[in-house]
Design a protein around this ligand. Structure first.
Ligand code: HEC
Ligand code: HEC
Length: 94
């Protein structure tokens, strides 16, 4: 009646060990990744020291700009909340 194969006890085989190793590696990467996750700072160059509004940022970082924000980038307005502002920001000579 019943198939004898299905009655066999499960034992971790080579493939299962590989699978567990991959799962463990992924978890480890996620844990390590979150701890030192940091967003790129705004460059401390002449351009970035003088920009003071989001609209200005977006002339270069909008979809048509020289360096567009990556796909799926946050729509949040406060750029400096995530991207460290340049050193001496706003103090550059005109
Ligand atoms: C006149 C054009 C221009 C304006 C305005 C501008 N940027 Fe940029 N930005 C660039 C260019 C070009 C790069 C890439 C080259 C570089 O690293 O300097 C860049 C790079 C960046 C980067 C990535 C740095 C990296 O390591 O890849 C961030 C973050 C950034 N800008 C944020 C801002 C913010 C925030 C503002 C507004 C306060 C702003 N930018 C205004 C031209 C501009
Ligand atoms: C909620 C957080 C957050 C805010 C607010 C934010 N960003 Fe970003 N931005 C990121 C993350 C995360 C990335 C991914 C790449 C990285 O690690 O910098 C990124 C990437 C970028 C890059 C590409 C950097 C590169 O070298 O590929 C640019 C340019 C950029 N942001 C510009 C801006 C501008 C301009 C604003 C304000 C209008 C802004 N961001 C606001 C989180 C944010």
């Amino acid at each position: 009646m019943a198939e004898p194969e299905s009655k066999q006890k499960w034992q971790p085989g080579k493939k299962d060990m590989v699978f567990f190793a991959i799962v463990a590696a992924v978890i480890l990467l996620l844990v390590l990744g979150t701890s030192d996750r940091s967003t790129k700072p705004v460059p401390s160059d002449q351009i970035h020291m003088q920009v003071t509004s989001r609209a200005e940022c977006m002339t270069c970082h909008g979809v048509e700009g020289v360096k567009p924000q990556p796909m799926g980038h946050s729509k949040a307005d406060q750029c400096f909340q995530c991207h460290l502002q340049p050193t001496n920001w706003g103090k550059a000579a005109p």
